[in-house]
Design a protein around this ligand. Structure first.
Ligand SMILES: Nc1ncnc2c1ncn2[C@@H]1O[C@H](COP(=O)(O)OP(=O)(O)O)[C@@H](O)[C@H]1O
Ligand SMILES: [Mg+2]
Length: 510
């Protein structure tokens, strides 16, 4: 007796295990339900079984998956709430067991009309499928229990299976919702990328970047000197190059000189060139960068690091458009547009006597200030998408980010700005396959996100804002990507859509 009993318990445990394994395998809903009913047959000899789910639209329970049933029987399997045993289990949330369906059993209403095909000794067990406390469907089985099998134990196991199914369906639904969100984000981002084509390679949706690009377009058409200011990695070199490409000088050279990287004595020779014998080692005449760039653009990067001695000579180039080679006595007229850039505060350098005031004013005709990335977080998703595309192509991969991971990237202060973001995306593409979630992000970025999470988010002024204002702000912050705005506000996409309509909020498209 004891031994037999034990073997049955093991068998029931096996079926629960088997089903848990199936549900953890990441099948889609249809396949998973199919496999579950199949394994009920294979491991527990359940020859007929079905899963009915509640359909909110038509307000009935419908068989969505069955084992051993004909197509016609399945089609007949429609139950109103409370109708028959299936309807009753759904309504009450309690399981029902009918042992060996006696012919006169009237609670079994035989909707599917399968009864004629049964042998008559089957028990009918029907258990709820619950998500949290809510019943979403019913799992029913017809099974002949041998005298050695316990119906009670069978019921217990089936109840567990019902719970597992509920959990699986909930996860499945959440996943589908996520997939939809990703699709929407992807669509929005692709559109934004396309709109950016006119200034290809300069990505951004923020107001500040757009204003800046306006200036770039305008100034490109002139010969005016441009001073580009901004922290390291904000895109100063990129913008300088863009100005050149958008200008009439695009066919002529664009020559960059990094004033910080070249030693003082060499810098002068680089810029102005030299005659043969101008100094030891000057064995031949050499043209300077200003001459070489004739008709084009000279980009003086890190201008804040230019030695004072050279600043006077540069001023002359700016004023008179003339250069003199080292060791030469001839002035050479040059036609160049000067673009300069620095991450230093030139005004401070002027005050400290390290930068000539007159040169500063000469350069500062059209200043373009590129804000740090942390002051235009709404550009981050688009930049991430842009770099993803670039590096996926480079490394033949198809890595993508989960919305959570992108949100975490938006929280990080990016002191290395776009360059740092670009480097991290490249590294992540190299190191990962498929979807990058929070846990795949570098720990220093994650650590920052966690700090933000526990910081009090509801400042007093936050509370005083109306719902409408908060929604508008969230939309703006997220570059009008609705799914992201919804996350920020703690709404579902549907809730946000409802409110956008209710308040008549305009969802901008760029
Ligand atoms: N708005 C942007 N869109 C696309 N790429 C950008 C943008 N801003 C910067 N980058 C990229 O980030 C990196 C650093 O930019 P860079 O122009 O070298 O910065 P800086 O000269 O200010 O240090 C480069 O690879 C650049 O192409
Ligand atoms: Mg640079």
């Amino acid at each position: 007796m004891g031994a037999a009993r034990k073997s049955i318990e093991i068998k029931e445990l096996t079926i629960v295990n088997e089903i848990a394994k199936i549900l953890s395998r990441g099948f889609n809903l249809d396949t998973a339900l199919n496999e579950v009913l199949k394994s009920l047959y294979a491991f527990w000899d359940v020859r007929y079984s079905f899963i009915a789910l509640y359909d909110r639209d038509s307000r009935v329970l419908r068989i969505v998956k069955a084992y051993g049933f004909t197509k016609e029987e399945i089609e007949r399997g429609v139950f109103k709430k409370g109708e028959g045993i299936t309807g009753k289990v759904f309504k009450t949330g309690f399981p029902v067991v009918l042992t060996s369906l006696p012919p006169g059993e009237s609670s079994f209403i035989n909707k599917t009309q399968i009864r004629d095909r049964l042998e008559g000794n089957e028990s009918f067990i029907s258990v709820p499928i619950k998500v949290g406390g809510t019943v979403i469907g019913v799992l029913s089985v017809f099974k002949s229990f041998s005298h050695r099998e316990s119906i009670e134990k069978g019921l217990e196991s089936l109840m567990i299976v019902g719970t597992l199914l509920g959990m699986f369906m909930k996860l499945n639904e959440e996943l589908l919702e996520k997939e939809k969100e990703w699709e929407e984000e992807k669509k929005v981002l692709t559109e934004e990328l396309k709109r950016n084509m006119s200034l290809e390679g300069v990505v951004g949706v923020s107001e500040r970047i757009n204003t800046l690009l306006e200036v770039v377009r305008k100034v490109a058409l002139t010969d005016s000197t441009v001073l580009i200011l901004g922290e390291s990695g904000t895109g100063k070199s990129l913008i300088a190059k863009k100005i050149h490409i958008l200008s009439d000088r695009r066919e002529k050279p664009f020559i960059t000189i990094n004033c910080a990287a070249i030693p003082e004595n060499l810098l002068e020779a680089e810029l102005f060139g030299y005659e043969k014998g101008a100094f030891t080692g000057a064995t031949a005449r050499k043209k300077g960068k200003f001459e070489l760039a004739d008709g084009g653009t000279v980009f003086l990067d890190e201008i804040g690091d230019m030695p004072l001695s050279l600043q006077a000579k540069l001023l002359r180039v700016l004023q008179d458009k003339e250069v003199e080679r080292l060791g030469g006595d001839r002035t050479i007229r040059v036609n160049v547009r000067i673009i300069a850039a620095t991450n230093k505060n030139l005004e401070t350098l002027v005050r400290e006597g390290k930068f000539r005031e007159d040169l500063y004013y000469r350069l500062n005709v059209v200043p373009i200030h590129i804000p740090p990335l942390r002051e235009r977080k709404e550009d981050i998703p688009l930049l991430v998408e842009y770099f993803l595309e670039k590096f996926n192509k480079k490394y033949s991969k198809s890595v993508r980010f989960s919305p959570e991971a992108i949100r975490t990237l938006m929280e990080y202060p990016w002191h290395g700005n776009v360059r740092e973001l670009e480097n991290i995306v490249e590294r992540l593409v190299i190191m990962n396959e498929g979807v990058i979630r929070d846990r795949e992000l570098p720990s220093h970025i994650l650590a920052y996100a966690e700090v933000i999470d526990i910081a009090p988010s509801s400042l007093p002024e936050e509370l005083e804002k109306t719902e409408r204002e908060r929604i508008e702000e969230a939309l703006k912050k997220t570059g009008y990507v609705k799914s992201r705005a919804a996350k920020l506000l703690g709404y579902t996409l549907r809730q946000l859509d409802y409110r956008i309509q209710k308040y008549g909020i305009e969802v901008k498209r760029f």
